[in-house]
Design a binder for this molecule. Structure first.
Ligand code: AMP
Length: 185
């Protein structure tokens, strides 16, 4: 089945080249599977790299960007579909509505905010779409350890929140996890 994968990732100028390469590899791999990309609709940094590579490989790309970010994140006007929202919340809602799976690459607090929203919604059974973290080098180790600790501290009772996400070390593993249907935890 052709999936639309929503990729969350860093948008800062200063990210190391290896993360830009990871974003490009992810976009190319999405295209190679005949899938589509949903992104934050910016042309900057990793966000731009994933979209450019996906399109180069023939993928259809949908970008969703708030009006206030059009200049700041260099709206990706080459997107097959560029949706301009009034708020960040609408952006996330539209990205979610267009996607069959969510994939977080290394990123900053914006990426974490987006990841946590779909992760927690999945934990609550509000959707059943796969949520995947691609972490080839331990960028998220501290965060994932903190989440694991929540069970011991009594802040996550029934299931570890980690059971609701897949953590992958390679692009292929991550996309395989995006393609897996899952039952609610
Ligand atoms: P960062 O990981 O901080 O580089 O941010 C990645 C992306 O998340 C950027 O496109 C930000 O505009 C976006 N972002 C940050 N905060 C929010 C939010 N509250 N809702 C939607 N997108 C956000």
């Amino acid at each position: 089945m052709a999936l639309n994968v929503c990729v969350y990732c860093g948008s800062s100028d200063g990210v190391p080249q290896r993360y830009l390469d990871l974003a490009s590899d992810t976009g190319a791999a999405i295209a190679a599977r005949g899938w589509g990309l949903v992104s934050g609709g910016g042309r900057k940094s990793m966000m731009g790299a994933v979209a450019v590579a996906a399109r180069k490989g023939g993928a259809r790309t949908v970008g969703v960007i708030p009006r206030s970010m059009v200049e700041r994140e260099w709206a990706d006007h080459d997107s097959d579909e560029l949706l301009i929202t009034e708020t960040m919340r609408e952006r996330k809602a539209l990205m979610e509505a267009h996607a069959d799976a969510f994939l977080a690459l290394p990123g900053g607090i914006g990426t974490c905010e987006e990841l946590f929203e779909v992760w927690t919604a999945g934990s609550l059974g509000l959707h059943e779409k796969p949520v995947v973290v691609l972490d080839p080098d331990g960028h998220y180790t501290g965060l994932l350890e903190w989440v694991t600790g929540l069970v011991d501290k009594g802040f996550a009772s029934q299931h570890s929140p980690l059971t609701r996400i897949a953590v992958a070390a390679t692009v292929d593993e991550a996309l395989d996890a995006c393609g897996m249907s899952r039952s609610p935890v």
